[in-house]
Ligand binder design. Structure first.
Ligand code: GLP
Length: 246
């Protein structure tokens, strides 16, 4: 695993966006795996800036998002679709046929999950997958205890995750209880994985990833089985690593 230690959130956002920018520039038909959450907002801001200032051809790239809540309308402000539209699809000018995200409005999440997997396969797989991490080590919505051999599937959200995400909603009561997420096996199939971690809340998960054992209790440790992971970690999120280092 390549660990890039940075000072703060801004440096994490800029450096990771630079990496994506160079890859998009080199391979315009790249298939990006993308993530939501507060962590990647700065990344998207920076990436949009780079892509626009250099007038990069984005007409051929495809994006696949990790996850979506079940039960929110697509245009609900808290849906991950709405997040992506605001922070990336619209500012960059992507067409609808370039952007994929599980549909959380369907009656049959199992069927939708299988369909989403097929879409990824038909596109030829994901070249680079962006990830954030939950405080409890979840990736996408793969909560502690999720088997590592799952593809896209429906999940019941942990109460701790609903609490952590309640800040985006009027109250915790209205945070959806279920979601559709790429499985850990789907994530590990991406050729490259880039993980962003900022802030002390993420320090334990990052410690488990870097210095812990592979364990179902910390889904993030599944990344130890991937050959090409780059971790952009700021000082606070790295605060439990290598305590002897200054
Ligand atoms: C959500 C998403 C994850 C994300 C995590 C952390 O639960 N499903 O993909 O990594 O939250 O979010 P944040 O970056 O806001 O801490």
């Amino acid at each position: 695993m390549k660990i890039i230690k940075v000072a703060d959130y801004d440096e994490m956002s800029r450096k990771s966006a630079e990496m994506f920018y160079h890859l998009i520039h080199k391979q315009p038909e790249i298939r990006l795996g993308l993530a939501t959450g507060s962590t990647p907002i700065g990344f998207y801001d920076q990436l949009v800036g780079f892509l626009k200032s250099e007038e990069v051809d984005v007409s051929k790239l495809l994006t696949f998002n990790l996850d979506e809540y079940i039960g929110l309308k697509q245009n609900s402000p808290q849906s991950f679709y709405a997040f992506m539209k605001e922070h990336f699809y619209q500012p960059v000018g992507l067409r609808d046929d370039q952007t994929f995200i599980p549909d959380g409005t369907v009656q049959d999440p199992k069927k939708e999950s299988e369909h989403y997997e097929q879409l990824i396969q038909q596109a030829g797989g994901i070249d680079i997958q962006l990830l954030g991490v939950g405080t409890n080590g979840h990736i996408g919505f793969n909560e502690p205890g999720t088997p590592f051999n799952q593809r896209t599937h429906e999940v019941k959200l942990k109460e701790s995750t609903r609490e952590a995400n309640a800040r985006f909603f009027d109250s915790k009561d209205v945070v959806p209880t279920r979601a559709i997420t790429m499985g850990i096996e789907t994530i590990l199939d991406a050729k490259k994985v880039v993980l962003l971690a900022s802030g002390e809340r993420k320090a334990e998960a990052i410690y488990q990833l870097v210095q812990g054992e592979v364990s179902g209790s910390w889904p993030i440790t599944a990344l130890k089985n991937h050959p090409d992971v780059t971790l952009f970690v700021d000082k606070d999120a790295a605060s439990k690593l290598f305590v002897n280092e200054s």
